[in-house]
Every structure is written in structure tokens, then in C-alpha cells.
Design a binder for this molecule. Structure first.
Ligand code: MN
Length: 431
């Protein structure tokens, strides 16, 4: 399948992808768009031109009170109303977009006026957070990452705590500080107690770090009190983004016992702007690693679905001319699957809502070239990374920029995520 727009083979946004986002232009307020090549397709314009499927919209979610007709779901500042319409509607809209963008069809291609209104060069738009996020949960589902962090924080003997192989560990994060790619991140201050000190002191974090993660937006709700069964649990998702769970390791080391991370991670979480749908990722389903011991029955499923998504971390310091790759890994490495995360999250009856964000936890592969955080890449700050221009880094310094990219590789095309990036600002000093 090809679009009438010229799109190179390595471009993240070919016709096979069609990720959703929110964009604005100088003359018009935020609305829903789809990234296609170097353009953004304005769905509010297509909707107004009656080129998207009829307005017989029904919500697939029994609990959702959002029951908008389709006219109106795209002239909005977030994707929530569209997501709430459910899987059948997502499929129909995707089919309509595939039809309109296909090189064989003329409805959009030969309508010069509409094309000029609806296809906007990507460099002319401003992107916004794609979803109004009610709640955010961050898992800890990469076995390599959990073992590496445990070794650094607690030593070899208690690297992996006993519960880790029985349940997908997570913490509840902050939705309020989730920011779009490109937003600068201010170095946090907090309580820090170094190994050589008897008592904590207050200062700016010296161990600021990134965490390479993938996040997923909930697309179907469950009622409070009603768990989502493991079978089909991953059908509760709408789509995915790249996530950087910025972390202050020195603050984390002192505060995390016994309730887990708190202020070490509540100062900023960055996400990529384009939501890649499960429909686009379907061809890249694969099988997750075998689990030993076998999990309890509510977490057991024959379909251990993983997604083959290649991930890369680049770091650019203020004095480097171009970013350097510091890690490459793959989303399919996760020990706990998305389905198991959803089943565990809801087994108590906890309700997930449209637009909630779940994230995978740092994705580290088996070797040092595949570690998803500075903590691991530098063995807890003991072995600095050597960058191509001769600089060294144990953790992030002011002015450093971290860039994550990711894509699934198809036959002569890529389903890409674009990027999530953030630059570190000096700590707040008042005024
Ligand atoms: Mn994390």
C-alpha cells in the first residue's frame, strides 16, 4: 500500500502508520491530526467535509458517559472523545483514512482546495499533549533493568526482590507533570543522603537520569469493582507513545523505602506527540519471553503478546555538534506483558479510564549496549560514559538533551514513533 504523498522508506509516518495527535496552526486552535509523511492531516477538516464515516457512533464502553456523535470528536483539544467511541469506530476511521490517502483514490488527491486546507506541512504546526491523562501508572517490567537497579541499590544478593517474578511491580505516578516532547526539564532539588553521611541534606540532584520506556493509553474502561480478565486484556488499549520517566537517583535512593519512588520521579515525565495505534502495530506482534515460575492463574495466558519495537537513546551535550547513540534495545524484551499489567492493575477492581497512561518501566536489554538508563550504563555512576567529543557523563548535566526514537520495521516501510526529547535546565533558585 502506498500514499499519493512521496514518503521515503525510512520515514516514521508512512500510510501504514497513521498516528493520531493534537496540533494547532497560528490561525486555528488545537484539533486532531494524523501524521502522514512530512504533513499533518487535519481530521476536523475531513470531518467537516463529510469524508469520515457517518455519525452513527456508539461507545463500545458500557461505563463511558462520553457518547458524542462523530461530528465533533476531531475539532477538539484531546483524543479522549474519539478514543471513547471504541474499537469499531477506530477501525472505520482508519479504513477511511487509508482510502483517502491511497495513491489509487482521488477523493482527497484531486480536490485541490480540500488538500490545501487539510494537509498542512508538519513544520508549520505546533503539537500539543495528545490525550487528557487522568491517571498515570509506571511499571517495572524489564527483568534486566530490575536486576541491574537492584544490584546497584542493594547489592548482588537482593538484586531481584522475591515478589518481582510473581507480579508486575509498579508505582502510581503523577499525571500533572506529564509534558510533551521538547519541553525543558528543570533539575529537581530534594533530600539526599550520601553513603558517607549520617544525615540527609537538601540540594539539587547530582544524579539526574532518563528512563527509556513505552507508554500505552487506555481505550476501554472497566467499572470500579470489575477486573479485566487476562484474556483480551491488551484489547483495552488505544495506542502507544515513547516515554521518558526522568529520575533523580540520589533522591530516589534515600526516599524509596518502603513505598517506592515519590519526588524522585514526580517533577517531569516526557511523552512523544504521536499516538501509534495498536492497529498499526498489529503486524509487529511477537511472543514475550517464557516466565519461570509460572504466574498465578489470573496472570496466565497462552497468548503472551509482545511488540517488536526497536528503541534508541541519543544524548547530546551543549558542546556536541550532533547527538550520540548511547543505547539500543527492543520493547519485546519485557518480562511482564501489557496484558498482564492491565490484568494485575485491575484485579482488585481498580478502574482504568479512557486516556489513562500506563508505562512499561525502563526497557533494558541483556547487555550494557542495551541499558535504558544512565544508572545502568555507568554502573551507578562509577564508570562514566565516554562521548565521541571526549566528554564524560555519569549522570545528566545542565544543557544535556536526551532523545528517544523508536520504530517497528516492516517490509520496505517503518511504523515509527518519531521522538521524545528533553533538555535539562539548571535547578530552580527562587525569584
Ligand atoms: Mn520508570
Amino acid at each position: 500500500m502506498r500514499s499519493f504523498l512521496p514518503i521515503p522508506e525510512q520515514h516514521p509516518f508512512p500510510i501504514q502508520n497513521l498516528p493520531y495527535g493534537i496540533f494547532s496552526t497560528p490561525e486555528k486552535e488545537p484539533r486532531v491530526g494524523v501524521a502522514i509523511g512530512d504533513f499533518v492531516l487535519d481530521l476536523a477538516e475531513l470531518e467537516a467535509a463529510n469524508l469520515l464515516p457517518g455519525s452513527d457512533a456508539r461507545s463500545s464502553s458500557e461505563t463511558s458517559e462520553v457518547r458524542c456523535s462523530r461530528s465533533g470528536v476531531f475539532a477538539r483539544r484531546d483524543l479522549n472523545a474519539f478514543i471513547a467511541q471504541g474499537e469499531d469506530n477506530w477501525r472505520e476511521v482508519r479504513a477511511a483514512l487509508l482510502y483517502l490517502l491511497d495513491e489509487q483514490t482521488l477523493a482527497l488527491r484531486s480536490n485541490d482546495q480540500l488538500r490545501r486546507r487539510a494537509l498542512i506541512p508538519a513544520q508549520e504546526v505546533r503539537l500539543h499533549l495528545p490525550v487528557s491523562i487522568g491517571d498515570y501508572t509506571d511499571f517495572y517490567s524489564s527483568k534486566s533493568h530490575a536486576a541491574n537497579v537492584g544490584r546497584i541499590f542493594r547489592g548482588e544478593n537482593t538484586a531481584l526482590l522475591p515478589n518481582w517474578v510473581y507480579l508486575p511491580v509498579a508505582y502510581h505516578g503523577r499525571a500533572s507533570s506529564i509534558v510533551l516532547s521538547g519541553t525543558a526539564i528543570r533539575r529537581p532539588c530534594g533530600q539526599i543522603k550520601r553513603a558517607t553521611e549520617a544525615e540527609p541534606h537538601f540540594e539539587a540532584s547530582r544524579e539526574l537520569d532518563f528512563e527509556l520506556e513505552v507508554g500505552y493509553f487506555i481505550g476501554a474502561e472497566n467499572s470500579l469493582g470489575v477486573p479485566v480478565p487476562i484474556k483480551g486484556a491488551d484489547q483495552h488499549l488505544f495506542g502507544m507513545v515513547l516515554v521518558n520517566d526522568w529520575s533523580a537517583r540520589d533522591i530516589q535512593r534515600w526516599e524509596y523505602v518502603p513505598l517506592g519512588p515519590f519526588s524522585a520521579k514526580n517533577f517531569g515525565t516526557s511523552i512523544s506527540p504521536w499516538v501509534v495505534t495498536l492497529a498499526a502495530l498489529g503486524p509487529f506482534r511477537t511472543t514475550a519471553p517464557v516466565q519461570d515460575p509460572a504466574p498465578l492463574s489470573y496472570l496466565r495466558s497462552d497468548a503472551r503478546t509482545a511488540y517488536d519495537i526497536r528503541l534508541e537513546v541519543q544524548l547530546q551535550t551543549a558542546s556536541m555538534p550532533a547527538p550520540a547513540v548511547v543505547s539500543r534495545t527492543n520493547f519485546k524484551e519485557l518480562y511482564w506483558t501489557i496484558g498482564q499489567q492491565v490484568a494485575h492493575h485491575t484485579v482488585t477492581g481498580c478502574n482504568l479510564r479512557i486516556g489513562d497512561l500506563l508505562a512499561s518501566g525502563t526497557i533494558s536489554g541483556p547487555g550494557p549496549a542495551a541499558y535504558g538508563s544512565m544508572l545502568e550504563l555507568t554502573s551507578g555512576g562509577k564508570e562514566p560514559l565516554r562521548l565521541p567529543n571526549g566528554e564524560k557523563r555519569c549522570f545528566l548535566e545542565d544543557g544535556d538533551t536526551v532523545i528517544f526514537t523508536g520504530y517497528a520495521q516492516g517490509d520496505n516501510y517503518r511504523v515509527g514513533f518519531g521522538e521524545v526529547r528533553g533538555t535539562i535546565l539548571p535547578a530552580y533558585t527562587g525569584g
